[in-house]
Design a binder for this molecule. Sequence first.
Ligand code: ACO
Length: 313
Amino acid sequence: MGIALAGTGSKLPSKILTNDDLSKIVDTSDEWISQRTGIKQRHIVEEGENLVSLAFEAGKEALKSANVEGKDLGLIIVGTSTQDKRLPNTACELQPLLGASDCACMDVSSACSGFVYALSIAYSMMNTLDIDYALVVGGDVLSREMDWTDRTTCVLFGDGVGAAVLKKSDNEAGFLSFDIGADGSKGFALYDNSYGDDRYIRMDGQEVFKFTIRTVPHSIEKAVKRAGVHKDDIDVFLLHQANLRILEAVSKKLDIPLEKLPHNLERTGNTSAGSIPLLLDEAVKKGIAKKGDLILLCGFGAGLTWGTCVLRL
Ligand code: ACO
């Protein structure tokens, strides 16, 4: 028995903040943000929206597209670093809203790699605990953690949540490999010391950029090799949406056509753990990732962490 993707869903907050809007708050410009990152706008939560409300909408949509009911879930995992509250965890808050009960519920904090980390945990738990259906959510509300006077960070991020339902599979569809890792010695490059004297996200952008260019191609190569396939066999590479220049550099380094690396960061900004499931849901809805396709997901971010997986849809 394998474990396969059965359905996807996503939810972005309704309020949009454009680069021009930001240029009225901090000393920046649409030209600078577009050229350095590719981002044109991001979605930001408003009064009445939070991580749970977005995750509920994304989860509901994923269950519907998988034709699975909440009561069938044996596991809910949420990859996030921006829980609405410390206790209970986000997955526990989602459980009754989605009509699930009794199932295991946990959050995983691995920043922008959170969704792939959560997928790998769900994969293992479904096998060891004999679980038929799991809901894996990835999302963050980073706007709450932003220093809106710091132009080096606030232009990069947005809020959003994506979700996927996993099920046992007895055909060719399913996860083929994972590569998960971290380099804690580089934690200083991107952190949010909420319990200390500075409650905002701080980043050494160039250090993160260097790490990404070094680590992401290596992790992709490892996951592809473990899956027993060749990188040319992969139909779509869904990479964490941090920066268009990172996608271009990875495409060049691995000699993968840029057309195989779809992106939505121009509309969403960097939504951290929401980034990959949001893009996955969009790729499925637009027919960019189709049944039978071989796809690769790759996240990277604070920790510094990374996570890659290969699956057949
Ligand atoms: N608007 C205008 N000017 C700015 C802005 C801004 N928003 N931010 C920085 N600048 C200025 C700097 O002050 C600097 O000015 P100076 O030359 O007078 O000192 C100049 O622009 C260049 O700054 P750099 O930091 O060198 O710009 P860089 O080309 O490295 O781009 C960026 C910054 C986009 C953050 C880049 O380093 C990057 O993409 N890093 C990857 C990190 C990333 O994407 N992080 C996202 C979260 S982590 C993750 O998801 C993996």
